[in-house]
Write a protein that binds this ligand. Sequence first.
Ligand code: MOS
Length: 761
Amino acid sequence: MSQRMSNVPLIGKPVERVDGRLKVTGGARYAAEFKHTGMTYGALVMSTIANGRIKGIDSKDAERAPGVLAVITHLNAPRLRFPERRVGMDPRLVDDHVAPLVGQSLPVLQGPTIYFNSQPVAVVVAETLEQAEYATTLVKVTYGEEKPITSVEAEMARAFPPQEGLGKDPQTGRQPDRAADVVRGDPQALSKAEVVVDETYTIPIEHHNPMELLSTIAEWKGGKLTVHDKTQWVPNVQGYLAIVFGLPEEDVHVISPFVGGAFGSSLRPWSHPVVAAMAARVVKRPVKLVVTRKQMFSSHGHRPYTVQRVALGAGKDGRLTAIVHEGYAQTSLYEENTENLVNVGRMLYASPNCITKYRLVRGNVQTPLYMRAPGECSGVFALDSAMDELAYKLKIDPLELRIRNHADSDPYSGLPWSSKSLLECYKQGAEKFGWARRTIEPRSMRDGHYLIGWGMSTGTYPTWRAPSSARARIFSDGTAVVQSSASDMGPGTWTTMKIIGAEALAMDLSQVRSELGDSTLPKAAVHGGSMTTASVGSAVYEAGLAARAKLLALVNTDSRSPLRGTSAEQVDFANGRIFLKTDPSRGETYSDILRRNRLESIEATVDSKPGAESEKFSMHAFAAHFVEVRVDSELGVLRVSRTVSACGGGRIINEQTARSQISGAVVGGLGMALTEETVMDHRMGRIVNSSLAEYHVPVNADIPKIEAFFVQERDDKVNPLGAKGIGEVGYVGVASAVANAVFHATGKRVRKLPITLDKLL
Ligand code: MOS
């Protein structure tokens, strides 16, 4: 075998997705694609009112329809346990760890109360999907209807502070800061400022709309439950179903090898795995339940409707003297969903004085949840639109204004940054974009009858890390596998874990496999919050190091080994071989060691968790986004013609998939800016555009040239890999950069998303 003198790092090289071929050839199996003998099919009946009670359900005709095995409603459903969550509660008793800290998951088919429109009221199970769907049309439900509340503006007077902001986080013992009111410095600073911008920004409900629908196949065998489920968090679905069905965790097996996009929609288990498992128990056969595209608009949460006030006070020199960031967000009747909406007001720019306030408003809606860089994305749209407005008021270049207000340490926590390359992102992004050629006046750049606008914005996203476990196993044939129950919804986790595994094991990339997405594998953190590499990656890395250390322990006391008597400091690992640093010819391969010891494999499982570093440093990824728009001066038709995004994300594990994460995020940000809006009919409390024909996600024709790149950044504080989260930082700031470019082009400030042409005429 070839002898590499030292281990050449794999991390950072561009590597193609290991699952790419499987995905394009149909070889990757998604939750609904698994085959079971005796499969039956579920179809949901949804409420046609948004508020009130079911008075009666007549399912006789449906039960008699061809192929129907069962019609399950709250009148005959098995009784299940949906525990309530309260502030200060022991997190081990919580039914769902990405659920809001206050409330109770929708107790599906457990009672007559209707909380929102298109809430499941029955499930029909039949021999075929067509039979089940037909029979749903025969279920007759009568309601006692009350007037629904769905408008945030109409409810603002009844807004309330989230309970979680009033209590202490049971895990950290601290007040959860995102929900609490915060005042820094002089609360009267705004009224003393030389220049003030004070505006309101509105973001509609948006739905994730991933390609893959919510799907579960549930099967019971001997009191044990197996589910193939689309999820971003395998162990959470396992734990949730165990609590709801009163089972020991090990009696629930969750399988989820591939996820066809999710963007946050599958962070929580929602109702469908519960309904599928309940139905499978009733009919005593496997049940497949796939939520339809239309039902997706009420079957999982959404980006909540938010109204934000941002007030900025500054001196004539452009330095901020006051930031006021208030956010109002809608939640459901039965849970208090919160997100990091106003946190960016506290930390993104330096200001001695700052006030943030966060309020919730109830509505007859499904509980919202994280969507594509949840709170930061919404918060920065407001904050960085306001910064742009301030720049025009002060007649300072918008980029220069941001540089002048750069925060050299975290203004909120007072902690130093673990690393921050934002100034470098501004610089390199501006150079690549050609920002210096921008003229400052609105409507001052033209190309024929097109108005050209250049806008920019800052992006930021916290670097999280959560406990995760992983196993590394080296086989005597010279191959290895790294394993964790993590999901991969598309960013490339299958590939990244293989790279990290190969690096830690000092083996050739082609000899190492990854295995993910099964609850029998070591427990992984949620595949969300851009923390999979930091959390699961760190566990895989540590497991790899632990496995190779076990090999070394086998040889240094072995008289048959050329490495006997050597210590860890004297040896090096490369190419699946241990050798003496001073004499690389003296050594042996992993497979030689295992074979001589008659071992088929050697393995190490590691529980990895964050240390105290997050108490000492503030950890965030940062980005700078630059956008060009072209607006037809007569028709108002708006096109984004190019974007440049520069990101600082710490160590980049796989340049290729990392860049594609940022470009994908920019696409999502353009959707938020220009097309995406869930439209509610407040009279009915009903979503009127619940289809891909009427909810407009960006398509290829909407997407311009996207340039995304990473600035060099080293961070030895965040985690053992030095990798920050890089998925979501790509979204944050895109919508504000577009809105700012639109103002530059047209002189019209659009403060309510999406920026559709009617708002420009
Ligand atoms: Mo993400 S919105 O945490 O899946």
